[in-house]
Design a protein around this ligand. Sequence first.
Ligand code: PFF
Length: 442
Amino acid sequence: MWSSRLMFIMAAAGSAVGLGNIWRFPYIAGENGGGAFVLVYLGCIFLIGVPIMASEILLGRAGRQSPINAMRDLVAHSNANPLWQAIGWMGALAGFMILSFYAVIAGWAMSYLFQMGSGAFTGADAAQATTAFDALTDDVGAVVGWHTLFMAMTIAIAARGVGAGLESTVKILMPALFFLLVVLVIYSAVTSGKFTAGLSFLFSFNIEKLTWNGVLMAMGQAFFTLSLGMGAIMAYGAYMPKDTSIISTAATIALLDTVVALMSGMVIFPLVFANGLETAEGPGLMFVTLPLAFGQMTGGAFFGAVFFLLVTFAAITSSISLVEPAIAWLIERLKTTRTKAALVVGGLAWLMGLGSAFSFNVWEDLHFVNGMTFFDLMDYVSNNILLPLGGVLIALFAGWGIDQQITRDQLAVSPGVYQIWRFVTRFIAPTAVFLVFLLAFF
Ligand code: PFF
């Protein structure tokens, strides 16, 4: 059991807040034209994300074991169709695919930690920052090395189990990350001279810039950033105290997560405009903009190193939740040890991650569907297809499949709130997701 409600929030927020907020949100928003994308993203977070997160927590808490086995027991208890168990399997697969590229990007952040600390970016301009990023991603050895180190750390921590260690880590590091982001927002606001341009990019509603694929990306980002649709939150829900309110906890986590993402955007876009960079820079966006800020700030080498250290920790508290569903299942299924399970899951994800590591250098010109590199493909399939699909199945199961009494007991809210939750999970969320799939793909 988590020691308290606060600790569950910390762990779930530790899973939610990660590279998705600081690295992925700004670059995906930038590629999709800003404002309108952000609005769709916010809509998805609060209208679809929060009710689905509540569903995931409730299934986890009702099942009290790994998502795959929790699903099996809930299905049996509710006399539901065994096909619902696919939720557990698909989730483990999605987590595994996400971890494979997540470790590569987290590896970049670790490399930046040291580059920052060594003062490599002191006084750097946009051209130097771009060159430094290209130099890192071109260096296969370095990228694979950092990827390996990050994966090893994830395996080592996951092998010990999510417990006291995670709680105390998150309790200290999350507020520290938040504090540094506040400092960066203030820095961007005061010194860039382009703060309003940045804000207007993020918040002005330019519907012309948004495509149906952009809407799909906004939805995928909402699932990714909240760690939804693959059982991570379900796995943590298994440890949540019985008397804690699920819906208000889900809303709190979503709010925290959103604030961090928006703050990252408010740091990055003013820097983009002030330095003549491209909003559609791609996965390198945070890595070429933030060094500019730290490079000019007094004490920037120190603060920059601390910042990337915190990003690395934020990534680790997310990556251990990515492996948790698969590990918990292996332990139960094969009666194996946690260490062995962590090694198998992490090892396979490491191997697949090589494909993403190569996508920025030796496999740069290797394109799969629609000009996507291996990394693009992993990211696209897991975030834009598997997570929303998993999320909808979770919603449908919580709304239709499971014994209704379980959801009523678990949520323990007023009849009005319960009806709203039920209507959203039964009708609104599934319809919205399928409509977006339909419009984006056809
Ligand atoms: N939510 C994490 C982030 O924003 O970085 C990524 C993530 C973690 C996605 C766990 C999915 C998940 F199950």
